[in-house]
Design a binder for this molecule. Structure first.
Ligand code: NDP
Length: 249
């Protein structure tokens, strides 16, 4: 897509790898100033900043846990101070801690809900005031097909991803009058470190149910995010855009 984000400032959580990195790179290619967060992969973060700056993009990397509200506030404050605004927020950071309910621990539950759902709350809360004051903004939250379909062994993950949908629709209603849109991209299975963890049998079983007969590439998810953040989608809010190769219709 040829959306023009020249001069816009974008913050992406979990930008060092996989889908997040593709989103960062796509916004940079479209002319945006890009800030991204990460939790622990400092080398990948440094490498990404170097790559972005090498192509003339203003870039800022921020280390912290999305589950920490104070850190989220500090990150948004840093973006506004550095770039003067926050035009687009993409809540992408997420983890899995899979296991059947019988064996799932409280820690598995808390870690996934805190990262995937509370992390979205934290960054939206931090970006709320700057976007209200600007009277403009676009928030795109990354859910998952399993938030709609459910998946055995992923009660924690599916709950977090379904929660993102209800959260986003509610926030869209709160922020609509301020010209701030809130939308969701729900990917199917995407070729990243997260799906590399799945064994061959599981990957084959997934592909049996995907009409397009392949996993998505991270940049194909990024395309959907850029569309929802672009002026072309200015009248779209509270929407869930499924990008899953037909896995769920
Ligand atoms: P990856 O595991 O490849 O990358 C995850 C990113 O999130 C990394 O940058 C990681 O940082 C960051 N991150 C993880 N936990 C935290 C945390 N607590 N605080 C800050 N940053 C954190 O994930 P994917 O690219 O595969 O997934 C990205 C999003 O897309 C997730 O929300 C995921 O649930 C969703 N999704 C993925 C699908 C897939 O098939 N891959 C399918 C559907 C949805 P670091 O590098 O420092 O660890």
């Amino acid at each position: 897509m040829q959306a023009d984000f020249q001069g816009a400032t974008v913050l992406v959580t979990g930008g060092t790898r996989g889908i997040g990195r593709a989103i960062v790179e796509s916004f940079a290619d479209a002319g945006a100033n890009v800030a991204f967060t990460f939790r622990s992969s400092t080398d990948a973060a440094a490498d990404l900043v170097e790559t972005l700056e090498g192509q003339g993009t203003e870039a800022l990397s921020l280390q912290g846990d999305v589950a920490d509200l104070d850190a989220a506030q500090a990150h948004v404050d840093a973006v506004v101070e550095h770039f003067g605004a926050i035009d687009v927020l993409v809540n992408n950071a997420g983890i899995t801690r899979d296991g059947l309910m019988l064996r799932m621990t409280e820690d598995d539950w808390d870690a996934v809900i805190d990262t995937n759902l509370k992390g979205v709350f934290n960054f939206c809360k931090a970006a709320y005031m700057p976007m209200m004051r600007q009277q403009s903004g676009a928030i795109v939250n990354i859910s998952s097909v399993v938030g709609t379909t459910g998946n055995a062994g992923q009660t924690n993950y599916a709950a977090s991803k379904a929660g993102i949908v209800g959260f986003s629709k509610s926030l869209a209603k709160e922020l609509g009058s301020r010209n701030v849109t809130v939308n969701v991209v729900a990917p199917g299975y995407v070729q990243t470190d997260m799906t590399d963890e799945l064994d061959d049998d599981t990957q084959e079983a997934i592909l049996d149910n995907v009409p397009l007969d392949r996993l998505a590439e991270p940049h194909e998810i990024a395309e959907a995010v850029l569309f929802l953040a672009s002026p072309a989608a200015a009248y779209i809010t509270g929407h869930v855009l499924h990008v899953n190769g037909g896995l769920s219709m």
